[in-house]
Design a protein around this ligand. Structure first.
Ligand SMILES: Cc1cc2nc3c(=O)[nH]c(=O)nc-3n(C[C@H](O)[C@H](O)[C@H](O)COP(=O)(O)O)c2cc1C
Length: 204
């Protein structure tokens, strides 16, 4: 089958787009408002986009609280979403009024960043502390502003729990991430497939 995205006539109950571009890592974004309120929400329009320096991004569909806080304070964190925390990841995505502390809502420990004034999930096995480098609104093919707003951040600090370091490596199987698939689905990573790049063996 084929459909054009202007008509979006896929004929299915749900739009398959997010199931095709999947699985996606989940950025569990921790921020603080200018008023000091804490915020925590999952974003699967999230990825690493550079490594020298380390850069990550998340995209807000509409102007959500994480975007507002990142803009207001210039910092955010992202906590690693492990399978053991799946239910809390989901709970922290609840649509609640601005200022609601989703750390408390999901029963998670909020820890203040070491280098940035933004909270992260104390239970997470890895955390990136980030400073905002760019916030931009995506444009469509007609040059019109969309309602997708992308926050780019430079990673300034990295936390890793000793429990997921094995043989001197961050062991992804131990960290056991949940990934966003389409619909209501999540995926895991096991078993990992190992394949060295032809030009750069041993490098990512
Ligand atoms: C696993 C998962 C991934 C999500 N990814 C996104 C995303 O990439 N962009 C987005 O705008 N909302 C996403 N959402 C929905 C937001 O988490 C939800 O709208 C949340 O209430 C936003 O919180 P905030 O306003 O505190 O930032 C996702 C939800 C879940 C459960």
């Amino acid at each position: 089958m084929f459909y054009d995205t202007e008509s979006n006539a896929h004929g299915m109950v749900h739009d398959p787009f997010k199931a095709i571009v999947a699985p996606r890592p989940i950025g569990w974004i921790g921020t603080k408002g200018r008023d000091g309120s804490r915020n925590l929400s999952p974003y699967s329009f999230f990825n690493a986009v550079g490594d020298r320096p380390k850069m990550i991004m998340f995209s807000s569909s509409g102007r959500k609280d994480s975007l507002r806080n990142a803009e207001e304070t210039g910092v955010f964190t992202t906590s690693f979403a492990s399978r053991t925390l799946l239910e809390k990841v989901s709970r922290s995505s609840a649509a609640v009024p601005y200022g609601t502390d989703e750390f408390a809502l999901a029963g998670l420990t909020a820890v203040d960043g070491r280098l940035v004034a933004a909270p992260y999930v104390g239970e997470a096995v890895a955390v990136l502390e980030c400073r905002v480098t760019l916030v931009t609104t995506l444009k469509d093919i007609d040059g019109m502003d969309t309602d997708s707003h992308v926050v780019f951040g430079q990673v300034v600090g990295v936390h890793i729990d000793e429990s997921v370091i094995r043989d001197g490596r961050f062991d992804l199987a131990l960290a056991d991430p949940i990934l966003r698939a389409g619909y209501m689905d999540y995926a895991g990573i096991s078993p990992l497939i190992q394949l060295a790049r032809p030009s750069a063996p041993g490098r990512g």
